[in-house]
Each structure stands twice: as structure tokens, then as C-alpha cells.
Design a protein. Sequence first.
Length: 347
Amino acid sequence: MRGAFAALVLTLLPAPAAADTLVDRVNGLTFTAEGRLDHFTGLLIGNDGRVAQVLHAGDKRPRADFAVDGRQRTMLPGFIVPALRLMPVALAAIAPASPGAPLPPPRPEDRDLALATIQPQLLSRGVTTVADAGTTIEDWQTYRRAGDEARLSIRIVAYAAGTQAMTLIGGPRPTPWLYDDRLRAVGVLLEAPAGATPAGDVQLKNWMSRAAMDHFQPLVRADAAATPGVRAAIEELSRTYQGDRRWRVEAAIATALPEPLAEMAAGLDRTAGLRRYTVDAAQPMFAEGRLGRLAVGTRADFVLVDADLELSSASELRSNRVAETWVNGRKVWVRETAGQGAAAEGR
């Protein structure tokens, strides 16, 4: 709790004056707009927190107000969690449930502390953006308070907890991006009724239609038995609701903090693992022009790690920890060193 309070205090400190920053001598990996893996060696960040230039070996280095030596560490785009029940995880971090002793409903102060506590934990894993699956109006107000008071370090893309919460949060349409692209409500989480029944299919299609009429993107959680019916409903409704639909079906919503690097280490295809937590996660939330890649015009969200994603052994990568996490061109988390705790800090 003391670490969460320290992170809260640090995020309230005045931001440094805006200036260009060059992060050089890195082993950078990102994806191109065509989906190819791109290797680069430096990044120029503009004073607006966006990538101004991606530098490759042999490119002339531009002048910048600040220069940061990446020390040949691996630079990756900030990780995006595709679907997480953010506030329940955050509340559990400050008040773990006890069998037989249910906790009282959280107060706004509890929610604020929970969000302040969970943000450094996410940043320490390289997570810079979360798709919050199941956002209530109380959750949304917590995120808005954090944004209003400059305490929102991560980015949150909200999928409301049902159509009623969707209307309370967004009104007649998805919200715009708020707080320098740190918060947006884009969709609604729907729970497919258990089993495949005609009544359940009709109910789900009604919910999906209600969301689609106001251009919200349904995220449907469905088990294996219900998934074929959900996909059939999506196909049927696509003939009525035209346009850019990015409706999703998920078998499960994460209820624990992810470990992206460990998951990449365990996978046979690390590039596919990186893609899952970057470009593939950005696309459903209409964020591919902002997040998920390091390219000119995108937000400068990235992590620096000591291990080489492509060459390190599985054990080396699994035991590796994020060294630094940057959001919007500012260093917001640094791994602790001997005699020094982890902290968020300005550029």
C-alpha cells in the first residue's frame, strides 16, 4: 500500500516541460502497418508524446532536447491486455476476499486507492493499456476522477457491464478519447446465456442489436457450447448493421494480472505472442492508429527489457523483468535497484 501511495504522489507532481526526447541504442522490435516485424535502433519522441521518428541502423541521429541511452536493451511496444476485469482485480489487491466474511461495497475512496495500487503493478509487467471488460458506472467514475486529477498512468478502454451501464457511461454513442488518449468507452460486455436455447439466442441478439444501434462494439463472453450460436448471431446481424464492426467473442475474461513476457517465453512463436499483446489487441478497440505499434504518429508507449525476445532462452526470458515502462513519451515506471524501490517518474 505504501508503494501505491508513492505512485499516487508521484503522478501528482508537475510534469516536466514538453520537449523532444531521443531514446537511442536500443534493440527495437515493432510491427509495420503491413504486419511485418521491424527492427530499429532508436526512437525520437515529440513534445506531444507521439513518435516523431523511428530510427534504424545507419540513420543520422536528429538533435533532441533530451537524449536517453537505451544501453542495447530490447524496446517493445507497450503491452495491451485484450480483456481484463480491471476494478475487481484492483479491489482484490487492497482487500483480498476472506471466506465467510464478505466485504462491504467499496467506497469511492476504496476504488481510488485500488486503481492507484494496481497501476504500478501493471506497469511493472510492461502493461500500458487495458481493455476493461465489464466496466460499471462506478468504475467509470473512478477512472474519470483519476483522469481529472492527472493520476491515470495507464490507458483504459472500457467495455460496459451490460447495455444499461453502456448507456449510463456513454449515452447515445461511444465516448471520445479522453486525457491524452488514456480513457475511452468503446463497447459493451455481454454474457451469452448458458447453453444453446432459442430464447437465449433471441435475448443475446436483442442485446447486441441494442449496442449496435448506438455504434458500441459487443464483446461477448461465451463458453464452447454457446460460441457457435453467438457467431451465427453476429453473421445474421451483420446484414442489418453495416460499417466497421469489430465484435468479439471471448471464451474467458482475465481475472488476474497477466505476465506477457512469461507467456511469450512459454510460446513456440514469440512473435505471435508479441502480436497478441500489441497490434492484435489494439485493433478491436479502434486504437491501431494510436497504440500497439511504434510508428510515426502513434503514442510513445513502450517497455525496455534486458532479454532479447528473439534470441534469449525460454528460461532467460521467463525470469526477465521489465526495466522501464514509458507512456506517452514519459518514463512512468522503473525497476527497483539495490537500495531503491520501484517508482514512477517523469521524463
